[in-house]
Design a protein around this ligand. Structure first.
Ligand code: BDR
Ligand code: CA
Length: 312
């Protein structure tokens, strides 16, 4: 039997993070070795609690959860409670998980796990990049031990979701994003625009969530509020950014178009702070440090979502 790929997920759950985590737990080719958690969608106390709850619901309570950064590196940022609920999981009064977070800081856990799985570790980041940036500042040799790093973040042609030009994860902590994109030779990036190109029809999602499984019941409950909010404002498709990123992470061969280009993070713009600047025409002379997801097999993506909900 082939060895499973050790997968470390940095996350800020978050309703779409939760779907991505269920997808990761359901995948036979990857072994989730830990969740490092940052503030982002909501405050750290909620995101940690949600990560623990998700592990419990997925039947993986032994997976360690590490609390990390409670705020961005330099400038405070707004959260996304208007999308995910005040508690980040749809405000449905879930009882807390039985297990507690580990005492180790998330940034230290990233470094330790990179040694334990040196040359094999796959790091997937689904939230603001504060924890990963802290780990890089503590140990600049980190990239040499990480096999693959994938980020959900950015808006490649500046069609942002949180400002006109910027996507939420990068906009919350642009300094951290700059540190990460400067440190790794190559980062795979699934942006908000790919998310928009791979929406899920609400009527399909509702049908999948009616399944008689624990994960579908749980996910129907925590995602209800955000799905209604999305349907009101964005129409017939629901956009699960972290889930698309995780589909690509787990099944890279289902990508239909990926472009390599230099990617820079705007930290100082008057209107563009947090924007991802793609050097499409390679005018900067910089190396292609990003592999940009442009297209993904929609059927494969949807099959992964159904699998995560226990449907096939
Ligand atoms: C990203 O922002 C968060 O609200 C989501 O969880 C996702 O990671 C999408 O822009
Ligand atoms: Ca997220």
């Amino acid at each position: 039997m082939t060895e499973k790929i050790p997968l470390l997920i940095d996350t800020d759950p978050g309703v779409d993070d939760a779907l991505a985590l269920l997808m990761a737990f359901a995948d036979p080719r990857h072994d989730v070795v830990g969740l490092t958690v940052a503030a982002g969608n909501v405050g750290l106390q909620h995101t940690v609690r949600n990560a623990l709850k998700l592990c419990e619901v997925a039947g993986r309570p032994e997976v360690p959860v590490f609390a990390g950064a409670a705020e961005p590196l330099v400038h405070p940022a707004e959260d996304a409670a208007h999308v995910h609920g005040i508690d980040g999981f749809g405000d449905v009064d879930l009882p807390p998980a039985a297990q507690a977070a580990s005492a180790e800081h998330a940034a230290l856990a990233i470094i330790r796990l990179s040694h334990e799985h040196a040359g094999k570790l796959f790091l997937v980041a689904l939230g603001p990049l504060t924890n990963v940036a802290l780990a890089l500042k503590l140990d600049p040799s980190l990239p040499s031990r990480i096999k693959r790093v994938l980020v959900m973040g950015g808006a490649f042609t500046a069609h942002g979701n949180i400002t006109a030009a910027a996507e939420f994860n990068i906009a919350v902590d642009p300094e951290a994003a700059h540190i990460v994109f400067s440190a790794f030779a190559q980062v795979e990036v699934a942006d908000w625009e790919a998310t928009l190109a791979h929406g899920l029809l609400h009527r399909d999602v509702e049908q999948w969530l009616a399944a008689d499984t624990d994960s579908a019941r749980f996910y129907e409950l925590i995602s209800r509020k955000t799905r209604l909010w999305s349907e009101d404002g964005r129409g017939e498709r629901w956009f699960a950014a972290d889930a698309l990123a995780m589909a690509w992470a787990l099944e890279p061969e289902a990508a239909t178009r990926v472009e390599a280009r230099p990617l820079l993070v705007e930290m100082a713009g008057v209107h563009t702070r947090g924007a991802t600047i793609i050097d499409w025409n390679r005018q900067t002379g910089r190396a292609d440090n990003a592999r940009l997801l442009i297209g993904y097999d929609q059927q494969r993506f949807e099959a992964r979502v159904r699998q995560a909900l226990g449907l096939n």
